[in-house]
Ligand binder design. Sequence first.
Ligand code: NAD
Ligand code: UPG
Length: 426
Amino acid sequence: MKICVVGAGYVGLTTAAVLAELGHEVYCTDKIEAKIARLQEGVIPIYEPGLEEWVARGMAQGRLHFATNVRQHMEGSELIMIAVGTPPRKDGSADMTYLEGVVEDLAAAIGSPKVIVVKSTVPPGTSAWIESRLGEYGVPKAWFEVVSNPEFLREGTALMDTIHPDRIVIGAASEEAAQKVKAMYASIDTDYVFTDRVGAEMIKYASNAYLAMKISFINEMSRVCDVFGADVTKVAQGIGLDQRIGPRFLQAGLGYGGSCLPKDTIALMHAAGTRGVKLTLLRAARQINRTQLNIYLNKLKQALGESHQPTIAVWGATFKENTDDIRFSQAIAFMKKLVRQGWKVKAYDPLVQPSIRGVSWSSSPYEAAAGADAVVLATGWEELVHPDWAKVKEQMQGDIILDGRNLLDPSVMAAHGFRYVGVGRS
Ligand SMILES: NC(=O)c1ccc[n+]([C@@H]2O[C@H](COP(=O)([O-])OP(=O)(O)OC[C@H]3O[C@@H](n4cnc5c(N)ncnc54)[C@H](O)[C@@H]3O)[C@@H](O)[C@H]2O)c1
Ligand SMILES: O=c1ccn([C@@H]2O[C@H](COP(=O)(O)OP(=O)(O)O[C@H]3O[C@H](CO)[C@@H](O)[C@H](O)[C@H]3O)[C@@H](O)[C@H]2O)c(=O)[nH]1
């Protein structure tokens, strides 16, 4: 199948690489010329494990191409997959500017029947809106069908999530269009959920809302564990073995960040609000996520005691491990909070060094720890969870380890002479 992917970001690039692997002829397009020029030379603009090899393979096999002439490839393809960003506006609603641009290109490009697949995460009703916009532009209804096919990949494991998904959701207005999209995934053996378009759009938002609530739930439980002296990791294990609950996404810590859970929860709240529905559970989940940083700050203050203008080493800046994405990173939000205390902040991340006022960057976790009163584990990178602890201790001035992801073993930390501080593990 000849497929045009619009938007060469985390989702577009991964999707394009996987579709090429499945045997399709894929044209991955973007408006940013420099990005496409680098991709044509095999340089991947983001860090995603395995992606460089997959892209190289697709290109070498002649199935994966990169281009800026979006309209030409829209018209030349049977299936057009939209993977542009839908970032949050100030009021929380999804910014549809990029999608508007795509619709304009579609209107100018389409001259024969196409299936337009919406992969971007969009508010309920968007597929129908795209359809009516194209109608307003004068594109004959017989020439296109808009299908909602949301993406559930996680950054850091994007390729495996895409090729081995838990499910594929296809929301279409006709059986023919639904089957065409299913045919694109032909060799992927998973559960397929067929529904209407607004249903598929809702599935995406509801999934992320549920994941955000699950994380906030365990973070709230960690607060209760703290005051009663229970271990939240054991509580998570104990409840997670109940098959109705499940073990995943019950890791207490600094809270969720990233380009999806924060934005999609607020976009859903906004969309629901426009129809008079208040989402109180989601509101609470977001509030817990916000205040989780204060819980950590207070624990750190308590552990530091009288220490004046302490030096804090923060390990990890990305919103999670195995990605270079810093969008809505809780690690960075926490660094900013530390700077606002007037404290000296030294940071280390294996991949990124964003410019943050008051934060100096180190080239290793040990360099960051040198002279620090406390080390904060903010992102669960492997090299930060398993460093040479004796070396870390030697470098530090103090002895506090603030475990922002509850990934360390308190008894091992104690054996190394650290004062361990986590959440729900007092
Ligand atoms: N990042 C994730 O983990 C993830 C997972 C599932 C779903 N999503 C959703 O997928 C969508 C894309 O997310 P992302 O993280 O890949 O975004 P991104 O910002 O990494 O990439 C979007 C790309 O689209 C390009 N673009 C914008 N307008 C364009 C146009 N008119 N024509 C061609 N290219 C255009 C941009 O230049 C950019 O390269 C969002 O709606 C997001 O919510 C993201
Ligand atoms: O038990 C957990 C699990 C995750 N997190 C944090 O939650 C955030 C999000 O993590 P994750 O969901 O793994 O990463 P994303 O790449 O943002 O993926 C989410 O958002 C994507 C975009 O919509 C969806 O496609 C995915 O299904 C959904 O998991 C990160 O800050 C994690 O550190 C926790 O604090 N505790």
